[in-house]
Write a protein that binds this ligand. Structure first.
Ligand SMILES: *Cc1c(COP(=O)(O)O)cnc(C)c1O
Length: 389
């Protein structure tokens, strides 16, 4: 039996069309795009064509896109690049308590170097309140960084509203759009999104490549220092096959965005309804409607998420504990803490993240086996009996 892959928020299967687009650049077209000779220039042309194609697909100018090694680097680049470029204007950076670790730990790093970081809290659905952003901005504020969609609970943040506020105040706005890019349209030329991070491997492209959108006129410091690649904004020899594959994965995602969104949303809602109808003491986390089309994040009271994950894995279903924590480590997810989920629920959290290669049969199969596994784990869980007793 083929495994059922429901961990697309962690990474996705490379589309075969993406792999085929990459292959020539792993074989005959191996030149260095910075070289003058023909084989180098063929690689350069592939990169510039990809840049034009992605720019067109997302409503940006080609010179606004810098290719990076992925979402983590793009987030580091955006935040550190803005912080160090604007240090003489101020030192205050506003972010949220539910960001990806590549944002949060970059902020912690800057905090130890004299920057003042404001971590905005979120409501029970994981939403940042744009009014809180407005209130947190003062004369020393140089950057606001709020993710477009949360990688754990799938909540889509009101980035358009936040961008309007930051642009009114002349403050840079960065958004980590790694989870939403290619899934949920985003208006780049509406006011205010200055910096945006995306990654190929979350949209059926290869790992180790991503982009940072830098709005024209936004001057931030480079993050990787060295050669003159990417107009001096990001040194290191281009990952030519990766960039070409990224371009292909964006083309496919954008061309079919509405059809894929409808399909995945249908599967998502079927899975949510099936879980709620057939399992008691379960809760859907994240916003009920402002959520990624592919995210199902649920908590089962009295269940150890890690045991559930392992049982599902043995039954051929790959998903993720929704909390990166277990009885063993007791390390709580910062996102579940931020939405105020009690520990007993947080430990029993699972994230099922869907992709365009999933089928209705996959969902039927999960709904067939999940209630039995949850029942069995509840009956052996001392935690649950303690709670009841
Ligand atoms: C996966 C992810 C990242 C990191 O991207 P990489 O390309 O794996 O470095 C950053 N932010 C979010 C929200 C993500 O889901």
């Amino acid at each position: 039996m083929n495994p059922i892959y429901l961990d697309n928020a962690a990474t996705t299967q490379v589309d075969s069309a993406v792999m085929e687009a990459m292959l020539p650049y792993l074989t005959d077209l191996y030149g260095n795009p910075s070289s003058i000779h023909t084989i180098g220039q063929l690689a350069r042309r592939a990169i510039e064509q990809t840049r034009n194609s992605i720019a067109k697909n997302i409503g940006a100018y080609p010179d606004e896109l810098v290719f990076t090694s992925g979402g983590t680097e793009s987030n580091n680049h955006a935040i550190q690049g803005a912080a160090f470029a604007l240090r003489d204007r101020g030192n205050r950076i506003i972010t949220s308590s539910v960001e990806h670790h590549s944002v949060l730990k970059t902020c912690h790093y800057l905090e130890r170097r004299g920057f003042e970081i404001v971590y905005l809290s979120v409501d029970g659905n994981g939403l940042v309140d744009p009014d809180d952003v407005q209130r947190a901005i003062n004369g020393r504020t140089i950057l606001v960084s709020i993710m477009h969609a949360n990688n754990e609970i799938g909540t889509i943040e009101p980035v358009e509203d936040i961008a309007r506020i930051t642009s009114e105040h002349g403050v840079l706005f960065h958004t980590d759009a790694v989870q939403s890019f290619g899934h949920v349209p985003i208006e780049l030329h509406n006011p205010g999104i200055d910096l945006l991070s995306a990654s190929a491997h979350k949209i059926h492209g290869p790992k180790g490549v991503g982009l940072l959108y830098i709005r024209r006129g936004t001057r931030i410091h480079p993050f990787i220092h060295g050669g003159k690649q990417e107009d001096g904004r990001r040194a290191s020899t281009h990952n030519v096959p990766g960039i070409v594959g990224f371009g292909k994965s964006v083309s496919i995602a954008i061309e079919h965005i509405e059809r894929i969104r409808r399909k995945i949303t249908g599967l998502r809602d079927k899975l949510i309804q099936g879980i709620i109808n057939h399992i008691r003491e379960v809760r859907l986390n994240g916003h009920p409607s402002k959520r990624l089309p592919n995210n199902v994040h649920v908590s089962f009271r009295g269940v150890d998420g890690e045991s559930l994950l392992l049982s599902l894995d043995m039954s051929g279903v790959a998903c993720s504990t929704g909390s990166a924590c277990s009885f063993a480590t007791l390390e709580q997810s910062h996102v579940l803490q931020a939405i105020g989920l009690d520990e007993g629920m947080a430990i029993g959290s699972m994230r099922f993240s869907l992709g365009r290669f999933n089928s209705e049969d996959d969902i039927d199969r999960v709904l067939e086996i999940l209630p039995g596994i949850v029942d069995r784990l509840r009956s052996v869980s001392s935690f649950h009996s303690n709670n009841q007793g």
